[in-house]
Every structure is written in structure tokens, then in C-alpha cells.
Write a protein that binds this ligand. Structure first.
Ligand code: AHR
Ligand code: AHR
Ligand code: AHR
Length: 524
């Protein structure tokens, strides 16, 4: 019916007129409601999903004193108040503790508990996401998405109003199409209420990534698929639907919907006013998927049994009661495009100059004669280095060349730089600083996506405020683990989180100092 984007936009505007009497765009959940398929869960850290919503979007907790605060939209229906987060989290690290449900049903998402798979926290829970991992702008206003690293997950096992059994539902999410992996499972949607794999058909969630353990689409991925439990499906054929294309728009809209013996996969470029495309629409797969046995819990970033090896970024999403029409989803997509998601730098503080030769000196009192050096077994440690008395070999080992981020896909939308960098060894050209099992090491660029992500670091304003060290002090976080910062601990280098982790090097004591580095000229 509304096949042209301009018609959809007009419909969105008309809907706003009809319901509010003023010329404002309706939010995604207003559109779903007017289509007869209201939202029963609405999650976003970036904006209100109802035109009249001015309540809490998400909660952050800061590591300096454990205090929490709620972040709300700047105005009803508007973009999140990112400045409130920035001021609350100044000079410390913050985690996203709650993603509130805007539907009024209380279907909030919190730290996922252990399930069939255990999380990395000491109590088996999954990790929480950093509050600064996924900065963007919406219509020019800054906001933060939810950057899910492996081990991170959110869940609600007691949701109300979500589809159970074979009942109809729909769901959409706006994701980063360049942030994914092949592990199980970066999902958003309907899952088991006990965090266990209770059998085929017990889930119905959006999946995004390039996992090929079950189904796949055409090309090399990533794909939008449905996680229906014990299978990621691109269509009715459990192995492959070539009509499900690889999709990697920087901002990707993904949608899944299902009703008795009918379901669909749809997708679009979230930053373009085009309609959603249908990648599958048809019958349910055989072997336990018809009828469905949905349980109604809600997951984000993990699989039904808490499989938590996947990564991805979530900006907004909702789940409905009833099977939304294609026209309703197209109107939601028009609203997302009108929200104008745009990338913004991942870094803060002064930029590091690409091509420059640098040294990184510790700022922790008592350790300020120590620099980051690689040793002869490719480990990275801190060691005292003196420009006058150290050997030329050691001075070379303490010198790094700043390179454009090896993971050059990381936030740049194909043109422009995120501000993140990689550090190449001065004396071992072609070898770079990377993390592996969270320890730093020197490794060759083997061209793999994993190596390139592990070798990408994002400089930030220093957590110790640059105390006593002058203007070139930086804290430097891992691109793929925004909670983890380049740190020395017992004179060995890691990417470490600010307390809470199971590793000794994640200790909160001395964190701000240990992760603040004076970046000066290289020795050679
Ligand atoms: O369906 C794929 C995955 O299989 C589910 O997310 C998980 O519960 C199971 O391991
Ligand atoms: O350092 C953490 C992870 O450890 C890296 O991302 C991965 O390469 C390794 O498994
Ligand atoms: O790396 C030296 C010291 O070791 C760090 O400052 C401290 O956190 C750890 O005990």
C-alpha cells in the first residue's frame, strides 16, 4: 500500500497530526499501536520510542563510588540526555545496568543470569556493557548505544505481555551492521524463561552475525536470521535461504515476525528512507518449529541458553503483540530513518598523530620511570627505560609507531576515521600491540578480523585527569571491549576492567592511575 518512502513519511506525519494535533512524527511504538500490533516491550538507550514518552531510558552505574543514575530523553519523544551521562561518569567508568521498558509493562532488561552457559562474572552472570562503547548522533544530538562484547548480556525472564506458545508477535532492532562475529548468539527477542535450552521452537528472536553453525544466507555474511532455538534460520530450509542477503549497513534495521505457520525476516538500511525488504516470508521449518512453543522471556546480546560468545551493537528495538503488517514496519523504518543515526568519534581528548613515533610511560606514583615495552617473547610489560643509559635495543622495544586502526571498519561508515589507532612495534615492523585473553602481546597482522579488532585501541581523556603528567596523558581502551583499558598490573600489560572481574588485573585499586599513560616522543 505504502510502497513509496515519501508516502510512508507522509503517513507517519499524518499519524502524528491525528493523535497529537501538531505536526510531529510518531514514534515506532505509536506506529505499531495504530497498526493494531502494540509494543509490549520497547528498549532504547538512544531515544524515546513513543512520541509522548519522557520517562527513564536506561540506568548507568559508575565505578568510582557505585552510585547509579537514570538517563531520560531531553524532551518527550526525544533523544537521550547523553550530557547527563557524561557529567555523571566524568573521570570514571560507567556500565549500563538497566535498559528500561518504555511500554509501561515493566519489561526492563538487566544483567543476564547464568543459564546453560555461565557468564564471566564470579557469580556466573554475564558482563554489563560499557556506557560509552557505542556513541552516535541522532539528528545531531549525541547518544549512546549498547556495545555488546563477548560475555555481555541482558535478560528479563519474567516479562509480561510477550508472546507465548504459538501466539503472534513482531520485533525490530536497530543494530551496527559492522559489529558482529560468528559466535552464538547476538540476539534480541523472545527466549526461554529459565535461561536453558528447552527445545526447538522455544525461542523467536532476531539474530545478527556470521555464524554458520546452523543456517546462513547468501554471501559471507553477516545475516539477519531468526533464532528459533537449536537453529539460526534464514528461511524454511534449515541450511540456507539464498534470498537472505549479507547485510552490513553501518545502521541496520532488522525485523522478525511470526504467527501460526507463518514468519518473516525483513531488513533495511536504518539511515535511508527506503522501505524494508523482505528476505523470507513463509512457512515454519519442520521438526518442532510448528507450532511454536515460545516462552516470552526477553534477551539481548545472548542466546536462549545464555550462550554469550557473540558481539554486536544495539541502539533500539521493540517487541509487539500481534503480527505487524509490512506497511506498519515500513512506517517504523521511515521513522528510524527520520531519527538520522550518524557515527561520531569513539575517542576523546587530543588525537594521537598517525605515523608518529611514541613512547607510553606509566603515571602510577612509584612507577613513573616505566614504559610499555615488548620483551623477547612477544609479551608486553613495563620496564624502566632511560634515554641516556638504556641500550638502543631496549629503547627500540619501548618505541611504537601510531597507525590508523587495523580494524578500519570500526566506526567510519566507509569514509572518515573513528579516532582509534593501532601501535606498531618500532623494531619489529608488521607486528602490533594486541590483546589475547586480555593480556597484551606483540603479534603479526595476519589479516584476520579477530587480530585487527584486538589490535585496535581508542584513546580517551585520562581517568586520572592527567594529574602531574601534563597534557599528553591518555587512557586507552580496547575497541572490542569498551569496559577494558590498557593497564599495567604487577608490571605486566593487560586490557583490564575497573573492578568486578574475575582476573587479579581487573582490581579496582589504583585503576585510574594504572590506565593513564603519558604519551611522549619515541626514543628512536
Ligand atoms: O538456536 C541457537 C542457539 O542454540 C540458542 O540461542 C541457544 O539456546 C542454543 O545453544
Ligand atoms: O583478549 C580477549 C580475547 O581473547 C580476544 O579478543 C581474543 O582474540 C582472545 O580469545
Ligand atoms: O604494575 C604495577 C602495580 O601492580 C600497579 O600499579 C598495581 O595496580 C599493581 O599492584
Amino acid at each position: 500500500m505504502f510502497s513509496k518512502p515519501s508516502l510512508e513519511r507522509a503517513w507517519v506525519l499524518a499519524l502524528g497530526l491525528a493523535t497529537t494535533g501538531s505536526l510531529v512524527a510518531a514514534g515506532p511504538c505509536d506506529i505499531y499501536a495504530s497498526g493494531g500490533t502494540p509494543c509490549v516491550a520497547a528498549h532504547s538507550t538512544t531515544r524515546a520510542l513513543y512520541n509522548a514518552y519522557s520517562g527513564r531510558l536506561y540506568q548507568v552505574k559508575r565505578d568510582s563510588d557505585g552510585k547509579t543514575t537514570d538517563i531520560s530523553p531531553l524532551s518527550a519523544g526525544g533523544v537521550a540526555n547523553a550530557a547527563a551521562q557524561d557529567s555523571f561518569c566524568a573521570s570514571t567508568t560507567c556500565l549500563i545496568t538497566i535498559i528500561y521498558d518504555q511500554s509501561g509493562r515493566g519489561n526492563h532488561l538487566t544483567q543476564a543470569p547464568p543459564g546453560g552457559f555461565k557468564g564471566p562474572e564470579a557469580n556466573g552472570y554475564d558482563n554489563l556493557a560499557s556506557a560509552i562503547g557505542a556513541p552516535v548522533t541522532l539528528n545531531g544530538k549525541k547518544a549512546y548505544g549498547v556495545f555488546v562484547s563477548p560475555g555481555t548480556g541482558y535478560r528479563n525472564n519474567a516479562a509480561s505481555g510477550t508472546a507465548t506458545g504459538d501466539a503472534a508477535e513482531g520485533m525490530y532492532a536497530v543494530l551496527d551492521g559492522t559489529h558482529y562475529n560468528g559466535a552464538c548468539c547476538f540476539d534480541y527477542g523472545n527466549a526461554e524463561t529459565n535461561s536453558l535450552d528447552t527445545g526447538n521452537g522455544h525461542m523467536e528472536a532476531i539474530y545478527f552475525g556470521d555464524c554458520t553453525s546452523w543456517g546462513s544466507g547468501s554471501g559471507s555474511g553477516p545475516w539477519i536470521m531468526a533464532d528459533l532455538e537449536n537453529g539460526l534460520f534464514s528461511g524454511v530450509n534449515p541450511r540456507q535461504n539464498t534470498g537472505d542477503p549479507s547485510v552490513s549497513y553501518r545502521f541496520t534495521t532488522a525485523a522478525i515476525k511470526g504467527r501460526p505457520n507463518q514468519w518473516a525476516i525483513r531488513g533495511a538500511n536504518a539511515a535511508s528512507a527506503s522501505s524494508m525488504s523482505t528476505f523470507y516470508s513463509g512457512a515454519r521449518p519442520a521438526n518442532g518449529y510448528n507450532p511454536m512453543r515460545k516462552e516470552g522471556a526477553i534477551i539481548l546480546g545472548i542466546g536462549g541458553d545464555n550462550s554469550n560468545g557473540a558481539q554486536g551493537t544495539f541502539y533500539e528495538g521493540a517487541m509487539t503483540s500481534g503480527y505487524p503488517s509490512d506497511a506498519t514496519e515500513n512506517a517504523v523504518q521511515a521513522d528510524i530513518a527520520a531519527a538520522k543515526y550518524v557515527v561520531t568519534p569513539l575517542t576523546s581528548g587530543p588525537a594521537l598523530t598517525i605515523g608518529s613515533s611514541v613512547s607510553l610511560r606509566a603515571t602510577t606514583p612509584g612507577y613513573t620511570d616505566r614504559y610499555l615495552v615488548h620483551n623477547s617473547s612477544n609479551g608486553i610489560v613495563t620496564q624502566a627505560v632511560s634515554s641516556s643509559s638504556s641500550s638502543s635495543a631496549l629503547k627500540q622495544q619501548a618505541t611504537w609507531i601510531v597507525r590508523s586502526a587495523l580494524n578500519n571498519n570500526n566506526n567510519n561508515n566507509g569514509n572518515g576515521n573513528s579516532g582509534c589507532v593501532s601501535f606498531e612495534s618500532k623494531d619489529q615492523a608488521g607486528r602490533y600491540m594486541r590483546h589475547y585473553n586480555f593480556a597484551l602481546q606483540l603479534a603479526a597482522d595476519d589479516g584476520t578480523k579477530q587480530m585487527r579488532e584486538d589490535a585496535t585501541f581508542c584513546p580517551l581523556a585520562p581517568l586520572n585527569n592527567g594529574q602531574q603528567q601534563g597534557g599528553s596523558t591518555h587512557s586507552i581502551r580496547a575497541w572490542n571491549y569498551p569496559t577494558r583499558y590498557l593497564r599495567h598490573y604487577a608490571n605486566v600489560a593487560y586490557v583490564a576492567s575497573n573492578g568486578g572481574g574475575v582476573h587479579p588485573f581487573d582490581a579496582a585499586a589504583s585503576f585510574s592511575e594504572d590506565v593513564s599513560w603519558f604519551v611522549g616522543a619515541g626514543f628512536v
